[in-house]
Design a protein. Structure first.
Length: 544
């Protein structure tokens, strides 16, 4: 019996077909988005639109002529097709932009977050755009030209023709290409597999090869100030680090639907104009705990430099990090920390994830044993998508109907918003429970709570879902975040903070840049790293 679909071609034809595949199939999303940017008011626009796949095809042909060598071409194309198919799925389905930060998220995510993205549609997509082309490639028998120099000559000729065509398109449409790239900065990052290869290359370089990885110590001069030393009661601050909560859906900030009913009664100070350092956890969390503002943030330096929690420890403040979101991105590596998902609290945890109330599980036992000033960080799972329906218990399913699927792009828009709002409602409940717990210790400690989300979320606005867009053109939904404080009366009196004054500051712009200095100030930690102007409470202290 003859083998099924046994194809034969020479290496030039093979490279031509591969270039066509990557141009029109694996970059179909890019072409569609690029063509949508044109006004189509003149014949020039149509010619320019037609030139884009020509340039793309020529570029791929040139690359494959150079790299697709006989012993390398099939394994190389197999890997490139797989990553291109996967990248295209997320770009098409969620409007995701593939860059270095997104690649970092891929490498540093946990199993629970990763599996929440898998679906039947995803597998079908990979089969049609990935496995099927790969199967065809491996069925092809490539017949070498004879003599060998004929193949080399044809590669050289076709490569030269590709270069000339690219130069001609550049000469004819240079202004059009420059305008398109300048006005649509994320478009270039949709070209696959260039976006994936570039992102992986930068990530590997930054993670393992860039610079001196020796730990840089900061704040070694840190010490407790006279105010906290003079207090008879110790101070306890809980920082709840939120996940994927966007300010647009917080009723404390004016959202018409009541998503914060309990916090509304807790007399919290809510800052309505707060912004994040990044649009993904891997950037925002290290940034907010570093001494660097967003505009000067250096991710490579942050990876091997001490941060806020290290300085707290230098000052003699007890530190504990409780985790429910796949890791602290290096910020808690040198302080006590525990992964609450490993506790397997049956009432709150399933096989691969826990509800955020697990962060409060037996926390009272730890607090009972505290004998010094302390800070506790609770890292939420929050509203992490796309499986928003798994982020809250059944009792919090207040807004219906809901989108009980991780294929959020297929859900009715209102159902998607309902599901997300239920997750915010659960965060409201968890924060209220935290405040209630702290109130029960007000006779032993001066207690306070801070809540801040790491970044926001897109729910279909402008065709974008989830988060992770490059900051320079990220929508407001991904950068406008909730930021709030709760101070007990005992804390206010002990540290001379005037709540009425703080309420007058809530319209002022704040950001994650303020967190580092505000938490140092709240525990009266004195160090050269502390900048009073960035401490949100400083202006409202009686001594301020």
């Amino acid at each position: 019996m003859k083998p099924f679909l046994k194809l034969r071609c020479n290496d030039i034809t093979f490279n031509l077909c591969a270039a066509l595949l990557f141009t029109f199939v694996l970059n179909g999303v890019f072409l569609l988005r690029a063509w949508q940017t044109f006004p189509y008011v003149s014949l020039q626009d149509y010619f320019f639109a037609a030139s884009i796949p020509v340039v793309l095809f020529c570029a791929f042909l040139l690359i494959f002529n150079l790299l697709a060598l006989p012993w390398l071409r099939k394994p190389l194309l197999t890997s490139l097709i797989l990553v291109s198919a996967a990248a295209n799925y997320f770009m098409y389905s969620f409007g995701t932009v593939i860059d270095t930060n997104m690649i970092q998220n891929v490498f540093e995510t946990d199993i629970q977050e990763a599996t929440s993205l898998f679906s039947t549609r995803y597998l079908i997509w990979l089969m049609l755009l990935g496995l099927l082309p790969i199967a065809l490639i491996w069925r092809v028998k490539i017949v070498s030209s004879s003599p060998w120099w004929a193949s080399v000559t044809w590669r050289a000729v076709s490569s030269l023709a590709a270069v000339l065509l690219i130069l001609m398109m550049a000469a004819l449409f240079y202004k059009d290409y420059a305008s398109m790239v300048r006005n649509n900065k994320g478009l270039v990052k949709m070209i696959t597999p260039a976006n994936v290869v570039s992102g992986v290359g930068h990530y590997v370089h930054n993670r393992w090869f860039a610079g001196n990885q020796q730990l840089v110590r900061i704040g070694t001069d840190a010490d407790k100030g006279p105010l906290i030393r003079a207090e008879k009661k110790k101070t306890l601050v809980v920082f709840v680090l939120g996940e994927t909560a966007r300010a647009e859906n917080f009723s404390l900030g004016g959202y018409p639907r009541e998503t914060n009913p309990k916090l509304k009664d807790d007399n919290v100070i809510y800052y309505k104009n707060a912004t994040s350092c990044g649009t993904e956890t891997a950037i925002s969390v290290p940034c907010m705990f570093s001494n660097m503002p967003r505009t000067q943030y250096d991710a490579e330096l942050a990876r091997h430099q001490e941060g806020l929690l290290d300085i707290m420890a230098h000052a003699g403040v007890n530190v504990l990090w409780r985790e429910n979101d796949g890791g602290c991105k290096g910020t808690c590596n040198r302080v006590p920390h525990t992964d609450m998902t490993q506790w397997q609290v049956n009432a709150l945890c399933k096989s691969d994830f826990c509800l955020d109330d697990v962060l409060l599980h037996r926390l009272n036992n730890y607090i009972d044993g505290i004998r010094d000033d302390s800070i506790i960080v609770l890292h939420q799972m929050g509203s992490h998508g796309p499986a928003y329906y798994q982020r809250y218990p059944a009792a919090m399913r207040q807004f219906t109907p809901t989108c009980d699927s991780n294929q959020i792009q297929d859900c009715d828009r209102q159902a998607l918003v309902n599901t997300y709002d239920n997750s915010i409602l659960y965060t409201d409940s968890m924060l209220d429970s935290t405040i209630t717990l702290l109130k029960s210790y007000s006779s032993k400690f001066n207690v306070a709570m801070v809540y801040l989300s790491d970044h926001g979320e897109s729910l279909g606005e402008r065709g974008m879902y989830l988060h992770g867009a490059p900051y320079m053109f990220a929508p407001e939904q991904q950068t406008h975040i909730p930021f709030l404080l709760w101070l007990s009366p005992e804390y206010e009196n002990a540290f001379g903070v005037k709540t009425a004054c703080l309420q007058q500051q809530t319209q002022n712009p704040v950001s994650q840049d303020n967190l580092f200095h505000t938490l140092l100030g709240m525990l009266n930690v004195q160090t050269r790293e502390y900048q009073p102007d960035l401490d949100m409470l400083q202006v409202c202290r009686k001594s301020g």
